[in-house]
Ligand binder design. Structure first.
Ligand code: 3PG
Length: 305
């Protein structure tokens, strides 16, 4: 059978080699489409049984073109770029690869933070993370890695997540909090790890950002859609001490950059999961999951049941 790997942001070559080995060892054929257009994607998906993607958009146009498709694996966590319901209606199983790229994203949180609080290395005295408060908004796989690293920096860590028990957080040595108000009011640094869903889209704006203590910083390595962008602008105007850094560039990034200069930072392309290790982990896990599904319907990480 044919398995298409379609990535607008290609995996490291070493990860592609590993994916190829998994697919060919199972007797399947790898079709590789890197940085293709939507038309290329539509053509390439026409005769494949399996599909591996990253944040690539899989909508009804793609699904309708994919007449033989049985399984999609998102090599990563977020599945907001895939029309899950439409896939379900067409009998296509969608899975993700939980946890496989989360350390890479967590490490970037601190890469961006250190750069920010050392004033982009401009020679002026900056500040340190040790002893500062960090609030983790959603304690999933990335949030847990952020907590682990933050403790290494000597930060005081709290987290909010209605799906995680207080006991689990306390066992990890962090403080559970139970409302967004509590999270934003008591932490100088807030790191966002909520997925983009109907409930969370545009949920972060002036109301919460204005609660931050003095010199507050919001770090977003999750999704741009969770931010209410006009409201973020209002917050940055009102609170001239607050800063915003994101690995998920806002739609109005140029305007924000022009107005707030060094108080904001955006990576040019989403780089959180873009490490060789994360590509190998997520890519090979995805290949194994596609192969297992095509073999005997293995669907442990199905997200569209
Ligand atoms: C994820 O959801 O796994 C991360 O946001 C990484 O996404 P990417 O594979 O598009 O870099």
């Amino acid at each position: 059978m044919k398995i298409l790997v379609a990535t607008e942001k290609p995996f490291a070559a070493v990860a592609v080699d590993g994916i190829r080995k998994e697919i060919e060892a199972a007797g399947h054929e790898l079709v590789l489409l890197e940085k293709g257009t939507k038309d290329d994607f539509i053509k390439a998906v026409a005769d494949v049984e399996g599909l591996i993607v990253r944040s690539d958009i899989v909508d009804t146009t793609i699904l309708d073109a994919a007449k033989n498709l049985k399984v999609i694996v998102r090599a990563g966590a977020g599945v907001d770029s895939i029309d899950l319901e439409a896939a379900k209606q067409r009998g296509v199983c969608v899975m993700n690869t939980p946890g496989q790229n989360s350390n890479a994203v967590a490490e970037l949180v601190f890469g961006m933070l250190v750069m920010l609080i050392r004033n982009n290395f401009n020679g002026k005295a900056g500040t340190e993370l040790k002893g500062k408060t960090l609030g983790i908004h959603a304690y999933g796989q990335v949030g847990r890695n952020v907590a682990r690293i933050a403790k290494g920096f000597g930060m005081e860590v709290s987290a909010l997540d209605p799906f995680v028990t207080d006991e689990a957080m306390i066992a990890d040595g962090i403080r559970p909090v139970h409302s967004v108000e509590e999270l934003y009011s008591n932490n100088q640094y807030v790191s966002l790890h909520i997925p983009a869903t109907a409930e969370t889209k545009k949920s972060i704006g002036e109301r919460l950002i204005d609660l931050l203590p003095e010199n507050g910083v919001v770090i977003n390595t999750a999704r741009k859609e969770i931010i209410d962008e006009p409201s973020l602008v209002e917050a940055l105007r009102k609170r001239t001490d607050v800063r915003y850094v994101a690995d998920v560039k806002p739609d109005i990034a140029d305007d924000i950059k022009a107005e707030f200069a060094d108080r904001v930072f955006f990576t040019p392309k989403k780089m959180g999961a873009q490490t060789a290790e994360a590509n190998i982990n997520a890519g090979i896990a995805a290949a194994k999951q596609v192969v297992a599904f095509l073999k005997d319907g293995w669907n442990k990480y199905q997200v569209n049941k």
